[in-house]
Design a protein around this ligand. Structure first.
Ligand code: SF4
Length: 299
């Protein structure tokens, strides 16, 4: 079973093709080592087929499935497609998704992405995190806005839906405007089907889970990154929604770490979402502070 999956896949079959994250360098992350999977490894096709056979006995009518872990395409194009085809033969699937690093998709190239679509992959969850080049480089994400935009065109051509994850607070207090402006630019230019918002979570010894702390703490101690305030992340959300075009994109704050949970389609629901944020920001300061403290941070 994958250790981490998107909230939207909570009812999906969870099939693990790889373990952990091969990249494992993003400063804001380090989550797999923290949760006890410090090394990356690839499972064999036979192992995964065995899992699928077992799942077939448990939930033969499942209609959605998700491949883990962080970047299951690292198993290789041929094994990935073989497993995807086998899975689709076993279940009446309407949706097959996985996490995918933009750099892995870029390395695979356009033709391979079409091959993935033919094998039955029809949505990818991509950690955009930020559309600002400087922010991405600082956090060692291993992708650039240009790379993400190129890959998005290939995915759209292949008919694979895009679900981007954006991390509020990733620019810190000093670069939050650039972070949001760059992110809005990439979203406007790529028009993904989904944008899911998260807030930077800086876990450490107090996370209650144990394991290594978030690598970004080193930068915070050194003074090279100043974390955004809770209210600052709400203002980032407000600025992002204001900066986006009237896209058919579905926006969701579908994680409990978010201070304000807005959900809706940009084109139809932007006004309502912005009104919710404004309604929150005009509450008395003590009420807002109490809310931030109550939400806290958790995985
Ligand atoms: S954010 Fe994704 S790619 Fe980066 S280290 Fe974490 S799991 Fe790996």
């Amino acid at each position: 079973m994958p250790v981490i999956r998107p909230p939207s896949e909570w009812r999906s079959l969870l099939v693990r093709l790889t373990r952990g994250c091969r990249w494992n360098r993003c400063r804001f992350c380090g989550i797999y080592p923290h949760l006890g999977t410090p090394a990356f490894s690839v499972r064999t096709v036979d192992e995964v087929r065995h899992d699928i056979d077992l799942l077939g006995q448990l939930r033969p009518k499942a209609e959605t499935a998700f491949f883990g872990d962080a970047d299951p395409l690292e198993i290789g194009l041929a094994p990935f497609c073989e497993i995807a085809v086998y899975l689709r033969r076993t279940f009446p699937l309407k949706r097959l998704t996985c996490y995918a690093r933009a750099s892995t998709l870029s390395r695979l190239g356009q033709e391979s992405i079409s091959t993935l679509a033919r094998a039955g992959l029809n949505r990818v969850h991509i950690g955009l995190e930020s559309g600002d080049d400087r922010t991405l480089r600082f956090h060692r994400k291993g992708q650039s806005p240009a790379m993400v935009k190129k890959v998005a065109v290939w995915l759209k051509d292949a008919g694979i839906e895009i679900s981007f994850y954006v991390l509020l607070g990733l620019g810190g207090r000093d670069h939050w405007q650039e972070h949001i402006a760059g992110t809005a630019r990439v979203i406007n230019e790529t028009a993904p089907e989904f944008v899911r918002l998260r807030r930077l979570w800086l876990y450490g010894e107090d996370s209650g889970i144990g394991g290594a702390e978030c690598p970004l703490w080193r930068e915070i101690r050194a003074g090279t990154f100043v974390p955004q305030s809770p209210e600052g992340t709400v203002r980032e959300l407000q600025l992002l929604l204001t900066s986006l075009d009237d896209l058919p994109t579905f926006i969701a704050c579908d994680h409990e770490n978010n201070y304000v949970h807005v959900v809706g389609r940009l084109k139809e629901d932007r006004k309502v979402m912005l009104a919710e944020i404004e309604g929150f920001l005009v509450r008395p300061v003590a009420q807002r502070e109490a809310h931030y403290a109550a939400v806290g941070s958790r995985i």
